[in-house]
Design a protein around this ligand. Structure first.
Ligand SMILES: [Zn+2]
Length: 109
């Protein structure tokens, strides 16, 4: 029989898993075992499979070797030593400072 197969993602079943990853990554950095260089990356929450309810902590710099193999992520309290993560954090700080210094552009009525 030829027909359209509808795929129902078991999002609800994965919410607990995503929450556990957020708990494990809270306040921590991470190494990615599969990555060639074993740098320590800063984490940020990224919607897994594009779903906001499935936010999980992944490397800030986009090191994505672990995106489909989440077991490759090793959470650590070691300091970040990934140059890209550090540069992005510095840029973020500069943008925050610039935003704070800019003040109000116009007053709403
Ligand atoms: Zn990184």
């Amino acid at each position: 029989m030829i027909g359209r197969v509808s795929t129902v993602w078991p999002v609800a079943a994965l919410e607990g898993f995503a929450a556990e990853l957020r708990r494990l990554g809270d306040g921590r950095n991470a190494r990615v075992r599969a990555a060639a260089a074993h740098h320590v990356h800063q984490l940020r929450l990224i919607p897994w499979m594009g779903r906001a309810e499935l936010e999980i902590p992944l490397p800030q710099c986009g090191t994505s070797a672990s995106f489909y193999d989440l077991s490759a992520i090793e959470f650590t309290t070691e300091p970040v030593d990934c140059d890209l993560c550090l540069a992005q954090a510095e840029l973020g700080d500069l943008l925050l400072e610039a935003g704070a210094a800019q003040g109000v552009l116009f007053e709403l009525p």
